[in-house]
Design a protein around this ligand. Structure first.
Ligand SMILES: Nc1nc2c(ncn2[C@@H]2O[C@H](COP(=O)(O)OP(=O)(O)OP(=O)(O)O)[C@@H](O)[C@H]2O)c(=O)[nH]1
Ligand SMILES: [Mg+2]
Length: 575
């Protein structure tokens, strides 16, 4: 047992992992009112990024923030999309303080439309992510608008995160000064404005809303991993002068002055976190506790995942084929599952509405049943390994017989998203041959445009595409009969030695032989296949009769299985 010190450490860890400021309650009218945390979203505009898609990327980040339950702050009149002339990196004493009010009216309109602060960068700074001039602007924005959270719509290294937190501590002091709050010395070592990158926001969404235990544990594991990474990331030398520049920029806000913002003893000491400032806790101890926690979580997740995989095996045993739906978030996957299976899964305009895989039964036009799996949406900038729910989605897709890649065909960023999903499917080793595209939301674009997109698509790839509207139901009869044909092909191909359904034939008792005649329908062939692959049949060997061309499948069947076979298919197939 590690004792009381370790318990304290665990509490500290939990606090640091969440790192959400304690300002859940603020005084507005004298009393204590609950208010949502306020997040400033900063979208970095880097060279090479597609200008046309800028607003979609930024708007998506704002949607993520809302899904996390935070309010996105972007008051009118703030800087958005700084003029190109301000984009050069000027890590000098003359760095702009970011407090000037010469906001361009168009920029302000952009801000209102996008809801995010757009930071133009020539490159990513290894220490602060932003070059000094832009860093000052961002920090001033945070201080000015009373944000509790800074969201950088990209991925931050542990060092960048740590340095940004240090800069945010200065913003927090400035916020307090502006509000004439007393900055007590006991508070000084506490980082109060949290810094989130895109992946952390996604984790926060899952942490807030994920209902399954395994998803929650997955979040805890990701957080523990993050803390571990941060332990190794100390403050780089030379950042003090940059923090002083930041303080200078903040010092121009009303009620603030540079010297009051900087820690009394100078340097970056006052902006260290409570974690690193607890002298009694050694780094080894911290690491040991985190490692133990990670091992415990991994074990528990593995145990729960094995339950999940036995559910998959159960599905496989009951002989129904599985269709998995995968795609970018908000493309209409759940709406399609609802249409296919007459279910009422939650459908909503937003990101990450579905947070766990769900399976529903679907009846095909032939009366044959299959499973349809709804899944967690994918999103740009989210490494699969960060999130257990996304890993689970990919595992389900990996095991599905057919994967429907659902696309929002009306979305301007559809091609980038198509590429992203294809890459993620390839990374998860999902065979392209099993993937069928479904173009959804066809009601939102003109038919002529759909035809044009089909034409362009055929130039590149001749695999089938189904165009539907989950809203109106258009295209669903064709989708259902297409799925039926595809599943029959899948079933037939799975019989060893058979290449196509038209060739199917089969067999004798104890040992018996099932004969598959030439003219067998696809649905009969797949039903026969399903039976022959059930647990009551064993040791199948397949050969083709040279004289008749019939396929003969020799199998061992129990007496009861044989009786069921005769009942279902008659005696014509047995010899
Ligand atoms: N116009 C139109 N809207 C649609 C269509 N299909 C879905 N939607 C809307 O798109 C939004 C997202 O639908 P969902 O089914 O929740 O999307 P999803 O892909 O499951 O999203 P996540 O679970 O968040 O990944 C909802 O507002 C739906 O009403 C469609 O064919 N046409
Ligand atoms: Mg959904």
């Amino acid at each position: 047992m590690l004792g009381k010190g370790v318990n304290q450490l665990t509490l500290l860890l939990a606090r640091i992992c969440r790192r959400i400021p304690t300002r859940q309650r603020v005084t507005t009218t004298g009393g204590h009112n609950e208010r949502r945390l306020r997040a400033l979203v900063v979208h970095p505009r880097l060279p090479g990024a597609k200008e046309a898609l800028l607003s979609f990327d930024a708007v998506e980040a704002v949607a993520l923030v809302r899904a996390a339950g935070w309010e996105s702050v972007m008051p009118h009149g703030s800087h958005a999309g700084q003029a190109a002339s301000s984009s050069s990196e000027e890590d000098s004493e003359s760095a702009s303080d970011g407090t000037d009010d010469a906001d361009d009216a168009d920029d302000a309109d952009d801000a209102d439309a996008i809801g995010a602060y757009v930071a133009r960068l020539d490159r990513v700074d290894p220490r602060f992510f932003f070059h000094l001039k832009e860093l000052c602007r961002v920090v001033v924005q945070v201080a000015r608008h009373g944000a509790d959270i800074l969201v950088v719509n990209s991925s931050l290294s542990p060092i960048q995160q740590r340095h940004l937190e240090a800069a945010m501590d200065l913003a927090w002091r400035a916020q307090r000064r502006q509000q004439k709050y007393d900055v007590g010395t006991s508070d000084i070592n506490q980082s109060r404005i949290a810094v989130f990158d895109r992946a952390r926001v996604v984790l926060a969404i899952f942490a807030r809303r994920a209902s399954s235990t395994v998803a929650r544990l997955g979040i805890e594991l990701a957080e523990a991993q993050e803390v571990k990474a941060k332990l190794g990331a100390g403050m780089a030398s030379g950042v003090t002068s940059q923090l002083q520049q930041v303080a200078r920029a903040l010092g121009k806000l009303p009620g603030c002055d540079k010297t009051a913002l900087l820690p009394r003893s100078g340097g970056a000491r006052g902006v260290t976190t409570s974690f690193t400032s607890s002298p009694q806790i050694t780094r080894q101890k911290q690491q040991r506790v985190i490692d133990e926690k990670r091992a415990r979580l991994r074990e528990e997740i593995a145990r729960l995942q094995s339950t999940r995989s036995s559910r998959r095996q159960q599905r496989a045993r009951d002989e129904r084929l599985t269709i998995g739906l995968v795609g970018y978030t908000n493309v209409g996957k759940s709406a399609i599952v609802n249409r296919l299976t007459s279910s009422d899964l939650l459908v909503k305009d937003g990101v990450f509405v579905t947070l766990d895989v769900a399976s529903r039964r679907c009846v095909l036009p032939s009366g044959r049943e299959c499973y349809v799996l709804d899944s967690v949406g994918l999103i740009q900038g989210l490494p699969i390994n960060v999130c257990e729910a996304i890993q689970a989605t990919m595992q389900e897709m990996h095991d599905a017989d057919v994967v429907l890649h659902v696309r929002d065909i009306a979305h301007p960023a559809r091609e980038d998203r198509w590429e992203l999903v294809r890459e993620m499917l390839a990374d998860a080793h999902i065979d392209e041959e099993r993937v069928v595209e479904v173009w959804n939301k066809a009601d939102l674009i003109a038919e002529k445009e759909v035809r044009r997109l089909h034409y362009l698509r055929q130039q590149k790839d001749s695999t089938p595409v189904f165009t539907v509207s989950a809203l109106t139901g258009a295209g669903f009869p064709a989708l259902l009969s297409g799925l039926q044909t595809i599943l029959e092909e899948v079933a037939v191909k799975a019989v060893p030695g058979l290449q196509s359904s038209s060739a199917i034939q089969v067999p004798q008792s104890g040992w018996c032989t099932v004969r598959l005649p030439q003219g067998l329908s696809k649905s009969q062939a797949s039903d026969l296949w399903a039976f022959l692959h059930s647990s009551s049949v064993a040791d199948a060997t397949v050969r083709t009769d040279e004289a008749t061309g019939e396929v003969m499948v020799r199998v061992r069947m129990s007496e009861s299985a044989k009786a069921r076979f005769l009942q279902q298919f008659g005696s014509g197939f047995l010899s």
